[in-house]
Design a protein around this ligand. Structure first.
Ligand code: FAD
Ligand code: SF4
Ligand code: SF4
Ligand code: SF4
Length: 383
């Protein structure tokens, strides 16, 4: 019997799924099993659209279709929590399986806190996440730094600190450090993110720590809840998933990589937040003066969107139909998310005025965490 805290190597027993999957295909195999046995009525995951820069969220109800979602799209910087909410009317009262990165998981938890969704109906299969690359910037990076036409790339992966592409005449890899020093690579919120293993999901799945003959052929699974343990046990009994205990050396390596990623996150926080010092509010004031009041930041923020209409209609916040925007509009939004911003990056990524909104809200959140929770230690980067 599997229990919370167990660490396993797991892989699908379905040869077709194994071919399409990123590593062992445990994620897709488990979702297929959950659908077949009606543990869930639908799955919300991501499939490749026209090319590898096009990550398309998709709802699957027929287990035969689940293979379309296998594989990782590192240029898929979307957030699934908003979509759960959008799909809820159609799936009201139904059980949904969702594949979540750390930010997707946090977005779902924020919605649950606000009673927008019921966690009893949600099965969260977490995937570890070193970071995602904005699709437009990925195309630019491949052209400028790799010297390759982005349309000729058919596969990408992030492995051992390198962004690797496979294209029509071969393979090329460049270290993430080099790419990021040149202003490419992972989104800036991802560099600061410290939610690398989503342990508040039911299972946390990844490739870190899979070594020996199973390297590349198994998924490392950390069991994070009884719900996750139950799914895994049943799928193993039905012979849909095979498992073995994780190699202890692999467990050690995974912990070391996670630790190194957390330190890297701290390094980026120091760099990004200190650059805002000492004039955070002046910088915010100046940058947000470009705002065109499109409300995209509010509509796509997992913390704000349940209140979006109230926010937009409040005469305290905005004078309808006028530009430039009143500084209080942004100040109030930042105050609203100051203790809840999950650093998902959506506000910044979708802002047509290219205002570094996630940087501001993440800096404010980090400072307020440090102020209210001394155990977190001094995180005061901003003077
Ligand atoms: P599969 O059976 O192939 O299933 C993969 C699942 O991921 C599918 O359900 C698919 O819909 C979903 N998916 C694909 N792209 C996205 C996306 N952009 N957002 C949300 N869901 C998506 N593992 C590590 O150990 N270390 C890492 O640094 C790491 N970084 C990652 C970064 C990203 C952006 C992603 C998406 C995954 C990352 N992973 C990382 C997880 C790893 O790539 C595999 O997803 C995991 O090992 C499960 O393997 P599998 O063969 O069981 O998955
Ligand atoms: Fe991954 Fe964190 Fe970036 Fe989300 S914010 S894509 S969990 S690194
Ligand atoms: Fe995500 Fe921005 Fe909202 Fe923070 S403020 S949760 S980064 S959308
Ligand atoms: Fe203003 Fe950008 Fe928000 Fe649109 S997304 S309302 S332009 S800050």
């Amino acid at each position: 019997m599997t229990k919370k805290g167990d660490m396993l190597y797991a892989w699908t027993t379905n040869a077709d799924l194994a071919k399409k999957a990123e590593c062992g295909g445990a994620v897709t195999g488990l979702l297929a099993y959950a659908l077949e046995t009606k543990m869930v009525d639908a799955v919300l995951a991501v499939k490749r659209g026209v090319d590898l820069y096009d990550a398309v969220p998709t709802v699957i109800t027929d287990p035969k279709d689940i293979s379309k979602t296998a594989g990782s799209l590192h240029c898929g910087s979307l957030l699934l929590s908003k979509l759960v909410n959008s799909y809820v009317p159609g799936l009201s009262g139904k059980k949904i399986g969702i594949v979540v990165k750390g930010c997707d998981m946090m977005g779902i938890l924020e919605l649950a806190k606000r009673n927008v969704i019921n966690l009893n109906n949600i099965l969260m299969i977490g995937v570890n996440c070193g970071g995602s690359v904005n699709p437009t910037s990925a195309r630019r990076m491949i052209k400028d730094k790799f010297g390759v036409d982005p349309d000729t790339v058919h596969k990408e992966e992030i492995d051992k600190g390198q962004f690797i592409i496979e294209y029509e005449v071969g393979q090329k890899g460049i270290s993430m450090d080099e790419l990021e020093d040149a202003g490419y690579g992972r989104r800036s919120n991802c560099r600061r993110c410290k939610l690398k293993i989503p342990r508040q999901a039911d299972l946390a799945c990844g490739n870190w720590g899979v070594i020996g003959e199973k390297a590349g052929k198994a998924t490392f699974v950390e069991v994070c809840s009884e719900k996750g343990a139950n799914l895994l046990d049943k799928a193993v009994s039905a012979k849909k998933i095979a498992v073995e205990p994780a190699n202890p050396k692999g467990v050690e390596i995974r912990a070391k990589v996670e630790n190194a990623m957390l330190k890297l996150g701290d390094k980026w926080r120091r760099k990004d937040f200190t650059a805002l010092s000492p004039n955070l509010w002046k910088t915010i004031d100046k940058e947000t003066s470009r705002c065109i009041k499109c409300y995209s930041c509010i509509d796509n923020c997992p913390v704000c969107f349940p209140f979006a209409d109230r926010f937009k209609k409040s005469s305290l916040m905005v004078q309808q139909g006028f530009l430039p925007v009143e500084p209080m509009f942004h100040m109030r939004r930042f105050a609203h998310i100051s203790d809840t911003c999950i650093n998902c990056g959506q506000c910044e990524e979708l802002c047509p005025a290219e205002i570094p909104l996630a940087l501001f809200s993440h800096a404010i959140r980090t400072e307020s965490d440090a102020a209210y929770n001394p155990k977190l230690g001094k995180a005061a980067y901003i003077n």
